[in-house]
Design a protein around this ligand. Sequence first.
Ligand code: HEC
Ligand code: HEC
Length: 135
Amino acid sequence: MKSKQGLLLVAALAAAVTLCSLSPTQESKEPGFKNLKVLSKKTTKREMDSVMQEFKVALGVRCNFCHAASKDDPRKMDFASDANRHKEITRDMMRMTNRISKKYLEVTCYTCHRGKEEPLLAPERPIRAKRKSKH
Ligand code: HEC
Ligand code: HEC
C-alpha cells in the first residue's frame, strides 16, 4: 500500500516537472511574429504592443497608417504584410534612430516627430516675414 502511494506521488511529481519544463518553451515561442526585419525575432507580445503604441503616439497616427488591411477580411489588419509603404519607411526610420542613439545621443521617434507624420524642417512661420509685417 505504502509503496503504491509513493509511486503515485512520484508519478504526480514527474508530471508536474514535465509541465513546468514545457510551459516556458511554449511561452517563448508563443508570439511567433512572422515578418520582423529590425526588431528581434524574440520580441514578446508585450514588447511589440509597447513599441507599436510608441510609434502611434510619436506620429499621431493609427495602426493603419503603416499596416495594410487583410485581403481576406478588409475589416481586419494584416500586421505581417508589407503592402503599406509606410511600414518600410518606418524600418529605415528605426535603423536611423538606433544608429543616432548609438553614435550620438539617445533619440526616439517623438524627438523629431512630436506627434506629427512629418516633422517640421523649419519654423512654421518664417521669423523674418513676421517681423517685416509689423513695420
Ligand atoms: C509608424 C508605423 C507603424 C505604426 C503606426 C504601427 N506599426 Fe506595427 N509595425 C511597424 C513595422 C515597421 C513593423 C515591422 C518591424 C520589423 O520589421 O522589425 C511592425 C510590426 C508589427 C507587428 C508584427 C507583425 C508580424 O507578424 O511580423 C504587429 C503585430 C504590429 N506591428 C501591430 C501594430 C499595432 C496593433 C499597431 C497600432 C497600435 C501598429 N502596429 C502600429 C510599423 C508600425
Ligand atoms: C532625426 C529625426 C527623426 C527621427 C528620430 C525619426 N524620424 Fe521619421 N521622419 C523624419 C523626417 C525629417 C521625415 C520627413 C522627411 C522624409 O520623408 O524623408 C520623416 C518621415 C517619416 C515617415 C514618413 C511620413 C510620411 O508622411 O510619409 C514615417 C512613417 C516615419 N518618419 C516614422 C518614424 C518612426 C516610426 C520613427 C522612430 C522609430 C522615426 N520616424 C524617427 C525625421 C525623423
